[in-house]
Design a protein around this ligand. Structure first.
Ligand SMILES: [Zn+2]
Length: 235
C-alpha cells in the first residue's frame, strides 16, 4: 500500500452529510492542515433528516453548526453546504452539475470523498446518499474541467484536480499515517454532540473514541501505528 500524494496545496473534502468526514478521514485532514495545506469541506446536504425527534428545519441549523465546530478542530474554516435533500440524493445530472460548480469555486488540486460502494464492509449496506455522492464526485471532477457539459454554470472551468481519494475500509490502494492526529479526530467527531446523543446512550466521547479507533486502524502493508486508507484515482 502506497502513501497518499501530499505535493498539493489546496484540497476539498466532499461528502453527503455532517459527520461523514468525522467518521472517516478527519484524522488525515488534521495531518494535512498541520502541514499548512488549505483544506475545505463541501457537504451535499445538511443532514437535516438525521435525528429522530428533531424536525428538519431545526435539525439543519443544529447540524451545520456541529459540522463547522468539527471542521474548526482539524483546522478547516471553510465549510459549504449545497442544500440537496438529506436521504434523497440521486446520482443524476443535477447533482453532478452542483458538485462541478463547487469544485470550480474551490479550485482544488486534491479531492477526498467517501465510499460509494454498495457495502462499507461485508454485509453492511452503504447508505443511498453515500452511494450517490461518491460516484458523482468522481464524475464531477471531469465535468468541472469541461466547458461544454454544463454550459449553464457561471464558474469558469477548473482542470486542476490531480487526484480523488475515496476513503474506504476495504479495497484501499493508498494510506496516510495519522498516528499524531488521532486525538484531534476524536475531538472533531465529539463536536457532533446532539447527533451522537440521539444515536446511542453511550457517552459521546466514548462513541467518538471507538469510531476513530475503527477509522484509523493499522492497515496491512502500511508502516504506521494509525492510518486512514483510500482508493486513489488519478486525473
Ligand atoms: Zn452519511
Amino acid at each position: 500500500m502506497d502513501q497518499i500524494p501530499e505535493d498539493w496545496q489546496r484540497g476539498v473534502v466532499i461528502v453527503a452529510h455532517p459527520d461523514d468526514i468525522e467518521y472517516g478521514c478527519a484524522a488525515a485532514v488534521a495531518r494535512w492542515t498541520a502541514q499548512g495545506k488549505d483544506v475545505r469541506y463541501v457537504l451535499a446536504t445538511s443532514g437535516e433528516a438525521g435525528i429522530d425527534g428533531i424536525a428538519p428545519d431545526e435539525c439543519r441549523l443544529l447540524r451545520e453548526d456541529e459540522e463547522r465546530r468539527s471542521a474548526a478542530v482539524v483546522g478547516v474554516s471553510e465549510v459549504e453546504f449545497l442544500g440537496h435533500p438529506d436521504g434523497r440524493l440521486q446520482a443524476d445530472l443535477a447533482l453532478r452539475a452542483s458538485l462541478a460548480a463547487a469544485i470550480r469555486r474551490h479550485r482544488p488540486e486534491f479531492v477526498a470523498t467517501m465510499n460509494f460502494r454498495e457495502t462499507w464492509a461485508p454485509g453492511h449496506l452503504n447508505s443511498a446518499d453515500h452511494r450517490a455522492l461518491g460516484i458523482s464526485v468522481l464524475d464531477a471532477v471531469s465535468d468541472a474541467a469541461n466547458a461544454w457539459i454544463f454550459p449553464e454554470l457561471t464558474e469558469p472551468p477548473w482542470a486542476g484536480v490531480r487526484w480523488v481519494a475515496v476513503n474506504v475500509m476495504v479495497g484501499a490502494t493508498h494510506a496516510v499515517d495519522v498516528t499524531e492526529t488521532v486525538a484531534l479526530a476524536v475531538a472533531s467527531l465529539t463536536e457532533h454532540r446532539r447527533y451522537l446523543e440521539a444515536l446511542s446512550a453511550t457517552d459521546v466521547a466514548e462513541q467518538a473514541a471507538n469510531q476513530i479507533e475503527m477509522a484509523t486502524a493499522p492497515k496491512d502493508g502500511f508502516p504506521a501505528q494509525r492510518a486512514v486508507a483510500f482508493e486513489l484515482y488519478s486525473y
